[in-house]
Design a protein around this ligand. Structure first.
Ligand code: 2AL
Length: 165
């Protein structure tokens, strides 16, 4: 979708385009309502800040859309294909690192009660494992902040891919 098409689309169509990037209604509505954008750069900057800060309930609902790191998203929908492409670097066989990530995911979920989320695109498996281990030392309050940032990073990259296409 080109920026001009996004700017000119009806509210529902523009919202539907944004939803696979980040399913937080307040974020979607704020961006849709701020159209037209003069440039993709301004749109992406806006997406990086809209609806800040997310509430705990918003974060929890948005996290439900993301498969665990190292687990392939099920299905053929837009979100599943985006996730599969973001996690492409995790596909190469390295059983030891894969096992360490799986164990880290379990520890993280036990400690924080939610899925470990990281912007995977552009990160190697080793970088993701290091980040997972470092974040296990966080307090829940610190993790809430990091997760909000990661949701935004993933959303902005997805939007960049969408509008660039
Ligand atoms: C994901 C995902 O599906 N894409 C991404 O960048 N990160 N999942 C996750 N648990 O971090």
């Amino acid at each position: 979708m080109l920026l001009d098409d996004f700017n000119a689309a009806g509210r529902a169509e523009a919202a539907a385009a944004l939803r696979p990037c980040l399913d937080i209604e307040r974020w979607i509505e704020e961006i849709v309502g701020l159209r037209p954008f003069d440039s993709t750069e301004i749109l992406l900057q806006t997406a990086g800040r809209a609806a800040e800060p997310f509430t705990e309930a918003e974060v929890e609902a948005a996290l439900a859309h993301h498969p665990r790191i190292g687990e392939r998203a099920a299905g053929n929908g837009v979100e599943a294909r985006l996730s599969q492409s973001e996690q492409a670097s995790l596909g190469a066989p390295d059983p030891a690192v894969a096992a360490a990530i799986a164990a880290g995911n379990r520890s993280y979920e036990e400690k924080f009660g939610q899925v470990f989320l990281i912007r995977a695109a552009g990160r190697s498996r080793e970088e993701i494992l290091a980040a997972l281990n470092a974040r296990l030392a966080h307090t829940p309050e610190e993790e809430q902040v990091v997760i909000g940032q990661q949701l935004r990073e993933i959303a902005v990259l997805r939007l960049e891919g969408l509008i660039g296409a």
